[in-house]
Design a protein around this ligand. Sequence first.
Ligand SMILES: [Fe+2]
Length: 278
Amino acid sequence: MERHKLRYEMMNKFDPSGETGYNWEIEVHATPEELQAFAESGYLIREGLFQGEALQKLRDALDRLEERESEKRDSAIAGKKGWGFIPRHLMDKDEVFLDLLKFQPTLSIARAMMGPLVRLRGLSARITYPGDGRQHQTPWHQHMRVISNPIPPWFSRPHCIDCLIYLDDLNEDTGAVAIVPGSHDWLDKASPTVHELVEGEVHLQVKAGGGVLIHGNLWHRGLPTLNAKRRMLILSYTPTWLRKSPHGGAQPEDGLTHDFLKEADFEERMLLGVGGYS
Ligand SMILES: [Fe+2]
């Protein structure tokens, strides 16, 4: 993966070391051309984010979590089938997930697109189970439906990068992800909430360990999961001053990030939502 360096000078105290002056130097895991294409299309494919042992560790950790939360899983499956089971607060539940806090292949891109002051919106997973028909697909949606009509002059448009990281191959059996390029910029309309065909939609398949990075408001949906379980992580970033995901309620009080924060440095605290704004 090609990389390039990016330097931000900050206006105030937001220096990661507190010593080197008011700037951040970021090694971005993408080319400037890829970032430009991401800005315009709203999505960026990243094959091979995790391979071999690293991929297996994530799969094992998610399988363990699914087993521990099997009651929640069963009631989720009995309810909205198309959404499968969505465990939340993963960084509080397994060290393997907490280790993704500073995962540079995605974090560096988030900082290149939204500035150095970013935080985790959350790390969740979505597991979809095979079955026939429309119940096993996810309808069109977008993640930040907070835009009014008309848009006031000083409206703060919400930006978010959701990294959809697939732990199984996306194919006909597990279901591709469908997106509409450029739809993150359509501030005057919301996505449909059904499974209909949308003009210009593109179906993406990546290998296990690969990811599709999307702007949080890109129109997207999951095609039917027909024959094999589909495991996905959702690693999300926003600017530090945007509130974290409301889904899944408060994080568990005895979660891993609780103790981690006691020893955490400026950057780690900021990533977990403590400070990093004025
Ligand atoms: Fe989604």
